[in-house]
Design a protein around this ligand. Structure first.
Ligand code: MN
Length: 232
């Protein structure tokens, strides 16, 4: 048994439908601009060649239903509704054909983003970390095992704020599919149980403010919810 100099922060985790044990989060990878209409609204062009990635610290994950204060250091905090892949088995240099063997399940999630800082980072050719990897910046709903979800197809993915629809698309609009993402990411990382991949957001990202209630849905999965309170 190791001794540590100060208390170790808890492992964050995702609830799983039908299980009393939770899915412990090892790493969080995020795909950028994986829906064409979102790439356009971000001022870019869709890239069909290969996905690109950024990461979030697993320490910054919270569960659906959380109430969090409006974050520090931003005046333009955006919601991004996303379909997340939970990895349950080793995957390294896997083919697209074998990629789904590594999937444990899926969940609805939010990639919360300091959009003003992201825009500034892009303009100055700086990394996105403070825009994307912020405290409480990844929100994860209860997951569904892959066998209970079935194939990823034309399931609706949508998000509303205070009951007003903001994002409304289907998983058929993913530029890079679930197997394509796992195949590609496994060229760079030894993916393994506990890794989570957020697959990108559809068009319609927008700002939220203190008092807002965010509600995201993907057909066949538990909804994801987040409430924002006043800044600390
Ligand atoms: Mn995103």
């Amino acid at each position: 048994m190791s001794d540590f100099l100060f208390p170790v922060t808890p492992v964050t985790s995702i609830e799983v439908d039908g299980e009393t044990a939770a899915f412990p989060i090892n790493r969080i990878f995020c795909v950028g601009r994986n829906y064409a209409a979102h790439a356009v609204e971000m001022g870019g062009v869709p890239n069909y060649e290969a996905p690109f990635y950024f990461t979030k610290s697993p320490k910054h994950a919270v569960r659906s239903g959380a109430t969090i204060p409006y974050p520090l250091g931003t005046e333009n905090y955006h919601h991004e509704m996303e379909f997340s892949i939970l990895i349950g088995a080793p995957a390294f240099r896997v083919s697209e054909e074998d990629a789904l063997d590594a999937v444990y399940g899926y969940c609805a999630s939010l990639d919360m983003t300091r959009r003003d800082l992201q825009a500034n980072s892009k303009a100055n050719r700086q990394p996105w970390d403070t825009a994307k990897d912020l405290e409480d910046g990844g929100v994860f709903a209860k997951a569904t095992k892959v066998a209970d979800f079935g194939e990823v197809g034309t399931q609706r993915i949508a998000l509303s704020v205070n009951g007003e629809m903001r994002q409304d698309a289907t998983l058929a609009e993913l530029i890079h599919s679930v197997p394509a993402i796992i195949h590609d990411l496994s060229k760079f990382y030894h993916l393994n149980a506990g890794d989570v991949i957020m697959t990108g957001t559809p068009a319609g990202v927008a700002a939220v403010v203190a008092g807002d209630v965010i509600h995201g849905e993907i057909a066949g999965l538990a909804p994801v919810e987040l409430t924002l309170t006043a800044a600390e």
